[in-house]
Design a protein around this ligand. Structure first.
Ligand code: BES
Ligand code: ZN
Length: 885
């Protein structure tokens, strides 16, 4: 499996392509046991390079070459060289045409890259380097071409034939086959190519653009899912409108299509005019999808749609620039979601995710900069760092420039580079040119890996009425980068007086105060800022809105955190103060557990949460967020050495204590909200999400008390609700409870009712995989034998095995190493079936340095066993070898 591609590729070796492909004419003949692909490439020497004619090397893998022509001249084996990844030949003129015919086997493609079959339909996934599994080509994003695609298939099984762009011709052939031709007028790299053939139904709608052009919108799904498409269609129309209003970006083709497929390695793909989605990111209706799933659909539809400009019209020069399109587009979709729902809640969710998972990646063996300078397998670099940290980098540019200059910068970027394949430097240059702000030092965020620490201390001078904040930044070493230079860290902050009001902020040397919340740029290793006219000792509110992806420390005591929780004018920082308070309290409990002492919960946490629960004027979604204690994975990330059992016990103890102490207010809020849910039909909107989120977190606490009235309420909610959000919460609460009989009954009833809905069964698997009751691994093993489970479907693998290793930390990290052995076994099987999924699944094992020496040894032994297990894919090999290095 590992061939030439397991070499390391370096950014410094980038060279412009020797040849260009002006036109690409593809013909696909789809059959049950093979597919024939004919490609006609209209090529020429790259005019930017010298006039000589070097050899032409095309990418191609797993292709059976049937015929090859150069300018209509049939080539024989003597005219070219063929390896398992390349085809090399010698052009004789500056302009020429290559015709190739190959045979491929989508019907046996389990890697789900290139052309493959999913639930009986043909579909493609070409990003990043999948097109080379379809035909011989210059499979690199800086080679852009005009594509025309003809596909033919048996008409009865594949009535729908789709590709990028506009349909220009179609017809039938004898023998029950038919064909269609699509033409995409926009130049694009091969990774944006797509094709679909299947028995699909569609929902059609239309959108009228800013300049009054009508665009046909179609979402294609399997017939049985046609009733679950409306939410995605609504999301698409909102996205199109938002991109016009906020970025001035209009859609450019006459038709925009989304196709849902069941077997998909990722969430979705932005192919020009023909997005292909994991069905989990399209299908949503009240009865089958949770609130979280509805919000995910909205966000993914937006993300892929936004790529039409940030990714397709302007694309990446090479894959080192991946964050150019992904970081920017994640930032765009996050702002869209913030505008559609609750801005503060969206920010809280994103920051919690970043700090738990991206910070862990940045501290582990796969740490890399937002713009990496080397990789072995590009599929491994669709990482939290490229996506989430990349988005934070864009957010910081937005913060430093302000909204208006940022918009000017994005307008300039799109105008300057439309139709081009560019770099992160080109993006930053447009931002600099439009704003007049020098971002030279800022660009270290693109090149230095690791999470910066920012330690802050204060000095107050009551006589001089000055208040000074002293900042010290540093960044730990990461693989290949021992010394780091200071970053530009935008720190938004305010100063609170004793009543909790924001003070006017005037820095020494300024003529007058400006505002009560402002952004300081920390650019040096050590730097101080002095505020004047400060009459009393203030309490600082630092890094408001999480204005930079750093680990901030300030010596707050618990009373100060409680004060910020109540009074900070920044909603994000109110939540953050609560999290810091919880972390302090939980770390104290962890210490008590480790010393074998009795656990004693600091009652201030109880008081703080009681105050929140009793204040009915607060946003319910915020209350729900603030009731959620930091997760075990986050507590692991911030530990020097993670003590799995102590973390789990401490957190469960705190939850139990809170449930008992706050029973009354929790019960009251639960009942009031459940009552409203009972009397309101399901609506997928922010205020309804908020009500259900408070209701559901309240229920999960209440059930810890084991009281009979809570069991009765849970069963009532389970049976009488009209939506998956309430039903799944009730199920999860039962699954984690001591009520064995009710748990068994509910699980059985759920599976019976939803056995034909694969996406709902995924949730059924996940709820059980995440249950931290003892013997978790044994339950997962039993579930792997369930008829609805298969290793061939990535959603199933994620739902069961991924949830076990990622969410069920006590069971996965069982001291006997059984969880590690199990995961390694699955990785070894998946390595042959689907390398991308295998390599992603293995991430938890790569974090071995976080644990005590026994667990370290067990985890490393499994990584070594994988390494020795035989023919490893480049994907798995890269991750395993780097994590052992
Ligand atoms: N371009 C990616 C999809 C992709 C990634 C295809 C890697 C092939 C290899 C797409 O735009 C994307 O980023 N999708 C995300 C969801 C998004 C909302 C962040 C995904 O698939 O997880
Ligand atoms: Zn993307």
């Amino acid at each position: 499996m590992r061939t030439e591609q397991s070499k390391t590729i370096y950014l410094k070796d980038y060279q412009a392509p020797d040849y260009l492909i002006d036109e690409t004419h593809l013909t696909f003949e789809l059959f049950e046991d093979h597919t024939l692909v004919h490609a006609q490439l209209v090529m020429r020497r790259n005019p930017a390079l010298s006039a000589d004619l070097p050899a032409l090397t095309l990418d191609g893998q797993q292709l059976e070459l049937l015929e090859l022509k150069l300018d209509d001249r049939e080539l024989t084996a003597a005219d070219y060289t063929l390896t398992d990844s390349h085809l090399t030949l010698q052009p004789t003129q500056a302009s020429f045409v290559i015709d190739s015919s190959v045979r491929i086997h989508p019907e046996s493609n389990t890697a789900l890259e290139g052309l493959y079959k999913s639930s009986g339909m043909f579909c493609t996934q070409c990003e990043a380097e999948g097109f080379r599994k379809i035909t011989y080509y210059l499979d690199r994003p800086d080679v852009m071409s005009k594509f025309t695609t003809t596909l033919s298939a048996e008409q009865h099984s594949y009535p729908v034939l789709l590709s990028n762009g506009n349909p220009i011709a179609s017809g039938s052939e004898e023998g029950g086959r038919h064909w269609a031709t699509w033409e995409d007028p926009f130049m694009k790299p091969a990774y944006l190519f797509a094709l679909v053939a299947g028995d699909l139904w569609c929902v059609e709608d239309k959108f009228t653009t800013l300049s009054s052009r009508d665009v046909t919108l179609r979402i294609y799904v399997e017939p049985e899912n046609i009733d679950k498409v409306q939410h995605a269609m609504d999301s698409l129309k909102k996205s199109m409108k938002w991109d016009e209003e906020v970025y001035g970006r209009e859609y450019d083709l006459d038709i925009f299509m989304i196709v849902a497929v069941n077997d998909f390695n990722m969430g979705a793909m932005e192919n020009k005019g023909l997005n292909i989605f994991n069905s989990s990111c399209v299908l949503a209706r009240a009865e089958t999808a949770t609130d979280a799933a509805h919000q995910r659909v909205e966000a993914v539809v937006a993300h892929e749609y936004f790529h039409n400009w940030s990714g397709n019209r302007v694309t990446c020069r090479d894959w080192f620039q991946l964050s150019l399109k992904e970081g920017f587009t994640v930032f765009r979709d996050a702002e869209f979601s913030a505008d559609m729902n609750s801005r503060t809640v969206k920010r809280i969710e994103d920051v919690a995710y970043l700090r738990t998972h991206q910070f862990a990646e940045d501290a582990g063996p796969m740490a890399h900069p937002v713009r990496p300078d080397a990789y072995m397998e590009i599929s491994n670099f669709y990482t939290l760092t490229i996506y989430e940290k990349g988005s934070e980098v864009l957010r910081m540019i937005h913060t430093l420039l302000g909204n208006e200059a940022f918009r000017k910068g994005s307008d300039l970027y799109f105008e300057r580079h439309d139709g081009q394949a560019v770099t992160c430097d080109d993006f930053v240059k447009a931002m600099e040119d439009a704003s007049g702000i020098d971002l030279t030092q800022f660009k270290r965020w693109y090149t230095q890996a690791g999470t910066p620490r920012l330690a802050v201390s204060e000095t107050f001078d009551a006589v001089a009425k000055t208040y000074t904040l002293n900042f010290t930044q540093s960044c730990p070493a990461t693989p290949g980068q021992s010394d780091k230079l200071p970053f530009v860290i935008p720190v938004e902050l305010g100063l609170l007086d004793a009543r909790g009001n924001d003070l006017p902020l005037r820095l020494q040397g300024e003529a007058a105060a400006s505002g009560t919340s402002r952004v300081l740029s920390v650019t040096e290793a050590q730097q101080s800022f002095t505020f004047v006219d400060i009459a009393e000792q203030p309490l600082p509110s630092l890094l408001r809105g999480f204005s930079a992806p750093v680990k901030l420390s300030f010596p707050y005591d618990r009373d100060q955190l409680m004060f910020l929780m109540q009074h900070d004018s920044d909603g994000f920082n109110r939540w953050e103060a609560g999290q810091q308070l919880s972390v302090q309290v939980l770390q104290e409990l962890i210490g008590q557990h480790q010393r074998g002492e009795q656990l004693v919960l600091d009652q201030r946490l109880v008081t703080a949460l009681r105050t929140l629960l009793q204040d009915e004027s607060l946003d319910q979604a915020m209350v729900a967020e603030m009731l959620s204690l930091p997760g075990e994975a986050y507590l692991t990330e911030i530990s020097e050495v993670a003590d799995v059992d102590a973390i789990h016990n401490a957190r469960e103890f705190a939850r139990q204590q809170l449930a008992e102490a706050l029973f009354e207010p929790l019960w009251q809020r639960y009942q009031a909200n459940r009552e409203l849910s009972r009397n309101t039909a399901y609506v997928a909107e922010a205020e309804h999400f908020a009500r259900r989120s408070l209701q559901n977190i309240a229920l999960s606490y209440l059930m810890l008390t084991g009281k009979p009235q809570v069991l009765a309420a849970t069963l009532e909610q389970y049976e009488a609700c009209d939506n998956m959000t309430e039903r799944l919460t009730a199920l999860a609460v039962l699954v984690g409870s001591k009520f064995e009989v009710e748990r068994g009954k509910a699980l059985e009833a759920f599976a019976e009712h939803f056995k034909d809905n694969a996406l709902v069964m995924d949730q059924w698997f996940s709820v059980q995989a995440a249950s931290t009751l003892p013997d978790g691994l044994a339950r997962v093993r039993v579930l792997m034998e369930h008829p609805a489970f298969t290793l061939k479907n990535p959603n199933k693998v994620r739902a069961l095995i991924g949830a076990f290793a990622g969410q069920n930390l006590v069971n996965f990290h069982a001291a006997d190493g059984s969880g590690y052995r199990f995961l390694a076994d699955q990785v070894i099987v998946l390595n042959a079936l689907n390398p991308q999924i295998a390599s992603r699944l293995l991430a938890p094992l790569t974090r071995w340095r976080k644990y005590g020496s026994e667990r370290q040894a067990l985890m490393k032994a499994e990584l070594e066993r994988i390494l020795a297990s035989g023919e490893l894919s480049a994907d798995v090999y890269e991750v395993v070898s780097k994590s052992l290095a």
